[in-house]
Design a protein around this ligand. Structure first.
Ligand code: AMP
Length: 196
């Protein structure tokens, strides 16, 4: 595991813990020789993470659509920037460059990226680790919602295991290093046999 894509907020949230934990994660990335692949922003938790790694001479690679460069939210001091035409192209390139994913607190953009990666893993199109850094329980209510979806049988219970969660940054780093992908083919075969 070397290149980790991080999806996180373009805001910093309302409490200092989101920034301090994100900053700490950046230091650990560099200590563990992880490169960061991310949305290239200089704003919010994205900016905090990139700056934390740059302070330690870490490798930070940004992928950003032209329209966001135009509104000057692109970080100007990172190791490498890929400029693409659209948000979807950005997601595809981020996926191509990454060995695994980490999701930090964020809003619609972050959730969109999380759920797309979960869907691709569910379909077996990608087999990469997806970790959620649940800083101070930020995502607890989302997990309750996902439990509801499982109870109502729109998400298979085994697909809750497509991601791992921790409030502890060291545990997440360890899991990213030791991750073994789960086989999802069986689900696809069952799905074909399902009568609607
Ligand atoms: P959000 O969670 O809605 O704040 O959106 C953050 C996610 O969407 C990030 O992981 C980025 O990939 C993307 N994104 C949203 N806004 C920006 C921005 N101003 N600059 C760069 N990326 C952004």
């Amino acid at each position: 595991m070397k290149n980790i894509a991080v999806f996180c907020g373009s805001a910093v949230g309302n409490r200092a813990i989101y920034r301090t934990k994100t900053h700490l994660l950046g230091k650990l990335f560099v200590e563990n020789d992880f490169s960061l692949i991310y949305g290239s922003g200089n704003v919010g938790l994205m900016g905090v993470l990139a700056d934390s790694m740059l302070e330690e001479n870490g490798t930070v690679i940004g992928v950003i659509p032209q329209h966001l460069v135009d509104v000057e939210v692109a970080h100007k001091h990172i190791s490498q920037t890929h400029i693409v035409d659209s948000m979807s192209e950005r997601k595809m390139l981020i996926d191509k460059l990454s060995d695994g994913y980490l999701i930090l607190p964020g809003g619609y953009g972050t959730l969109d990226e999380l759920f797309e990666m979960l869907t691709l893993n569910q379909l077996g199109i990608i087999k990469k680790p997806i970790g959620i850094f649940n800083i101070d329980g930020y995502y607890n209510k989302m997990f309750e919602l996902l439990d509801h979806f499982v109870a109502e049988r729109f998400i298979r219970s085994e697909h809750k295991e497509l991601f791992f969660v921790s409030e502890d940054e060291n545990e997440l780093i360890a899991k990213l290093k030791t991750f073994e992908p789960k086989e999802t083919r069986k689900w696809l075969e069952d799905f074909k046999d399902t009568k609607f």
